[in-house]
Design a protein around this ligand. Structure first.
Ligand code: OXT
Ligand code: ADP
Ligand code: MG
Length: 577
C-alpha cells in the first residue's frame, strides 16, 4: 500500500464522532473552538455538518438544549476542556431541569495526568463534576468506543424523561486512528431512541373513573406536552371532553390561546375551584405553587385545596412529589392521551360533560379579565410602558403565527406571557423551570437554525446582557432574528437610588438611556431606537419582512416594572428598613 492509500483507509476519533452523529441524523453542532476541539470543528464543517460557533459556551449550550426541545433529537454542544466545559455546564444543568435533551461534548485532559493531578493545561476531572448536574455522563477512552459512547448518550438524552447528558472525550481520542472499515462497523445507528411507553390499562381506567365523576375538571398542559408533539391527540381530548385548560408558559399555543376553552385569563379562579385536575406533562413545582396553598384554595400556604389529581407523565417518580396524586398515568403523552381518548370514545354519549355552571363561571371571569386587559392595552402613555409595547408584539405575532418567540426578563417576561397570544405549538420558548436569565440569544440562534422561521426575542435589558454578545453570532450567520430590548434602565426598573448618596448607582440600575441598538449596528445588523408603539411596530414589521438581524431598543418607562415581576412574593425582603 502507498502511504496515501494507507491514510485513506484510516479513520480517526474526529471522523468517528462526526460519522456517529450523522448516522443518527444529527447535523448541527453548537459550540466554541479551541484546544483540543478546533480541528474537530473544522472537520465537522468539511463533512457537511452545520457548526455554529458562539462567543460563549453557555449560549451554545442553551442553543443545543432548545434545539433538543424543538426537534426531539439531542442538541449537541461542543466545548473545550475545563473553563469551556464549565461555561457549558449551566446550560447542561438547565436542560436537565427542564427535561430538554442535549449532549454536552467536551474535550478534556488525559486521564493519567488528571488523576495524578500533575497540572495539565486546563486540567479538571470533568466527568465527576458533570455527573450530579445531568441525567447521565460517559467518557470514551478509545476511538473504537465512540460509536457506543454516542449511542448511549443519545438514548440517555431522549428516552424516558429527556435531559442533559455529558460526553467526555480526552484529547488523544480525537487523534487515535483505526482501520476505516472497522471504524465504520463500530458505529451504532440507534433504533427507536425514545420508545413509546404505553400506560397500564388499570391506570387508565382509574384516571377515567376519576375524571368521569368530576364536576369542575381542569386540564393543565406543561412543556412536556409541547415536547411530546402529540398535538392532535391533546387537542382532540380537550375539544371532545369540553374541559377547560390552562397552558403553562411553554405550552402556550398547543391550542391557540384564543381557543374558547383556554382558561389562561381565569387562572386565579380555576386553580382553587377545580375538583379534578389533569396534569399533562407539567410538574407541581413552584410554578404551580406545589399544588397547595392559597393559589389552590388551601386555608394557608401549606394546606391542600382538596383537588384530586390525574397526572400523565413519563417519569413514574413524578407522582406525589408535592401532593398526593390519585391517578398517576405513566407513559408517553401521545400513548396516554390516546388511551384516555379510547375510553372516552367507548363511553360515547354517556361520557359526562363539565357542568354548565363551571364553564359559565370561567367564561364570565375570562371575559372580565380580557376586557380589563383590552382597556389597558388601548392606552398610549408617554413614555411607552410594557403594555403599550406588548400590544404591538401581540399584533406582530398574530400576523406571523409561525414566528418563534423567545422571552426572558422579569416584567418583560411576565407581561409578555399574559399579553402575547400564541397560535401554534412550540413557538414560545423562555426561561423555563429555573426562571434563568441568559437563555435569550442561544435560544434565538437555535430557533432560527433549527426552524428557518423568523425569531422575535423579547428581552428585558438585564436579561439581554447575559448573552448580548451573541448579536455578532446572529449577524455572522445572517439569522432572521429580531431582538426587542425592553429598556427600562435596569433590573425590574430603573428608579432605585443609592441610600448613602454615594457615587455608585443602586445595584439594580444601569446606565440610563443606553443604546443597545448600536451594538447590533457594530456588526452590520439593523439597529432601531424606538420610543413609541408606532416606531416599534414599523421596526418589527420591517425586521420580519426583511429577515435581517435587527435589534430594537424599545424605551420603556423606567418606573413601570415591579420587583421580580409577578413573583414578588418569592423575593425575601430584609426585616430592617
Ligand atoms: O387570574 P389573575 O387575575 O391572577 O390574572 C392572571 C391571568 O388570569 C391573566 N391573564 C390574562 N388576562 C387577560 N387576557 C389574557 N389573555 C390573559 N392571560 C392571562 O393575567 C394574570 C397573570 O397570568 P399568568 O402569568 O398566567 O399568572 P401568574 O399568576 O403570573 O402565574 C404564576 C407563574 C408562577 C406561573 C408565573 O408568574 C410564571 O410563570 N412566572 C415565571 C417567573 C420567572 O421565571 N421569572 C424570571 C425570574 S425573576 C428573577 O429571578 C430575575 N433575575 C435574577 C437572576 C436570574 N433569574 N437568573 C440568573 C442567571 N441570574 C439572576 C434577574 C437578574 S429577573 C432578572 C432580570 C430582570 O430585569 P430585566 O431588565 O431583564 O427585566 P424587567 O423586569 O423587564 O426590567
Ligand atoms: P412546565 O414547566 O411547563 O409545567 P415541566 O417541565 O414542569 O413543565 O414538566 C414537564 C414534564 O413533562 C416532566 O415531568 C417530564 O417528565 C414530562 N415529559 C416530558 N416529555 C414527556 C413525554 N414525551 N411523555 C410524557 N411526559 C413527558
Ligand atoms: Mg429591565
Amino acid at each position: 500500500m502507498t502511504t496515501e492509500t494507507q491514510a485513506q483507509a484510516l479513520s480517526d476519533g474526529a471522523d468517528l464522532l462526526i460519522d456517529a452523529l450523522k448516522l443518527n441524523g444529527i447535523t448541527n453542532f453548537y459550540g466554541l473552538p479551541g484546544i483540543p476541539i478546533t480541528d474537530l470543528t473544522r472537520r465537522a464543517q468539511a463533512a457537511g455538518m452545520r457548526m455554529i460557533s458562539f462567543r460563549h459556551e453557555q449560549n451554545a449550550g442553551n442553543a443545543a438544549a432548545i434545539a433538543g426541545f424543538l426537534t426531539q433529537k439531542p442538541g449537541i454542544c461542543l466545548t473545550v476542556s475545563a473553563p469551556g466545559f464549565l461555561n457549558g455546564l449551566t446550560a447542561l444543568a438547565n436542560a436537565t431541569t427542564n427535561c430538554f435533551p442535549m449532549i454536552l461534548v467536551s474535550g478534556s485532559s488525559e486521564r493519567e495526568v488528571v488523576d495524578l493531578q500533575q497540572g495539565d493545561y486546563e486540567e479538571m476531572d470533568q466527568l465527576a463534576i458533570a455527573k450530579p448536574l445531568c441525567k447521565a455522563a460517559f467518557r470514551v477512552l478509545h476511538a473504537e468506543d465512540i460509536g457506543v459512547g454516542v449511542a448511549r448518550a443519545i438514548r440517555a438524552a431522549v428516552s424516558g424523561r429527556p435531559g442533559g447528558v455529558y460526553l467526555d472525550l480526552p484529547a488523544k481520542v480525537f487523534a487515535q486512528t483505526m482501520d476505516a472499515e472497522t471504524g465504520r462497523k463500530s458505529l451504532i445507528k440507534v433504533v427507536d431512541p425514545a420508545p413509546r411507553q404505553i400506560p397500564a390499562p388499570d391506570a387508565v381506567q382509574r384516571a377515567l373513573q376519576l375524571l368521569a365523576g368530576a364536576k369542575r375538571p381542569l386540564i393543565i398542559l406543561g412543556k412536556g406536552a409541547a415536547y411530546a408533539q402529540a398535538d392532535t391527540e391533546i387537542r382532540t381530548l380537550i375539544e371532545k371532553t369540553k374541559i377547560p385548560y390552562l397552558p403553562m408558559s411553554m405550552a402556550k399555543g398547543l391550542l391557540p390561546d384564543t381557543h374558547e376553552q383556554s382558561a389562561a385569563a381565569a387562572r386565579s379562579y380555576v386553580l382553587p375551584e377545580a375538583d379534578v385536575v389533569v396534569m399533562i406533562g407539567a410538574r407541581l413545582n413552584w410554578l404551580l405553587s406545589h399544588g397547595k396553598g392559597k393559589t389552590w384554595g388551601g386555608k394557608d400556604a401549606k394546606a391542600w385545596g382538596g383537588q384530586k389529581f390525574i397526572q400523565i407523565d413519563i417519569s413514574p417518580q413524578e407522582a406525589d412529589s408535592n401532593v398526593p396524586i390519585d391517578a398517576p398515568v405513566v407513559g408517553d403523552i401521545g400513548s396516554c392521551v390516546s388511551a384516555l381518548l379510547n375510553g372516552i370514545s367507548a363511553a360515547g354519549s354517556g361520557w359526562p360533560q363539565p357542568s354548565a355552571d363551571w364553564l359559565g363561571a370561567i367564561a364570565d371571569r375570562k371575559s372580565k379579565n380580557i376586557a380589563k386587559m383590552a382597556e389597558t392595552l388601548a392606552k398610549n402613555p408617554v413614555p411607552m410602558n410594557f403594555h403599550s409595547a406588548l400590544n404591538v408584539v401581540r399584533d406582530i405575532i398574530k400576523a406571523n403565527p409561525d414566528a418563534m418567540l423567545v422571552n426572558e426578563g422579569a416584567n418583560a417576561l411576565d407581561f409578555t406571557r399574559s399579553i402575547v397570544d400564541m397560535y401554534k405549538p412550540r413557538k414560545r420558548i423562555d426561561v423555563g423551570t429555573w426562571g434563568v436569565m441568559g437563555i435569550g440569544m442561544g435560544f434565538a440562534v437555535a430557533a432560527a437554525v433549527e426552524t428557518g422561521l423568523p425569531v422575535i426575542a423579547v428581552e428585558g435589558d438585564s436579561a439581554f446582557g447575559f448573552s448580548g454578545m451573541e448579536v455578532e453570532t446572529i449577524c455572522r450567520y445572517n439569522l432572521p432574528v429580531c431582538i426587542v430590548v425592553f429598556n427600562n434602565n435596569g433590573v425590574y426598573k430603573g428608579t432605585d437610588v443609592n441610600p448613602t448618596g454615594g457615587p455608585d448607582v443602586a445595584p439594580t440600575v444601569f446606565v440610563k438611556g443606553a443604546r443597545y441598538d448600536k451594538l447590533m449596528e457594530a456588526f452590520g445588523g439593523v439597529g432601531v431606537h424606538a420610543t413609541t408603539p408606532a416606531e416599534l411596530r414599523k421596526a418589527m414589521e420591517e425586521a420580519v419582512r426583511s429577515r435581517k438581524p435587527t435589534l430594537i431598543n424599545a424605551v420603556i418607562d423606567e418606573t413601570a416594572g415591579t420587583e421580580s415581576g409577578r413573583i414578588t412574593s418569592l423575593n425575601p425582603k430584609s426585616a430592617k428598613k
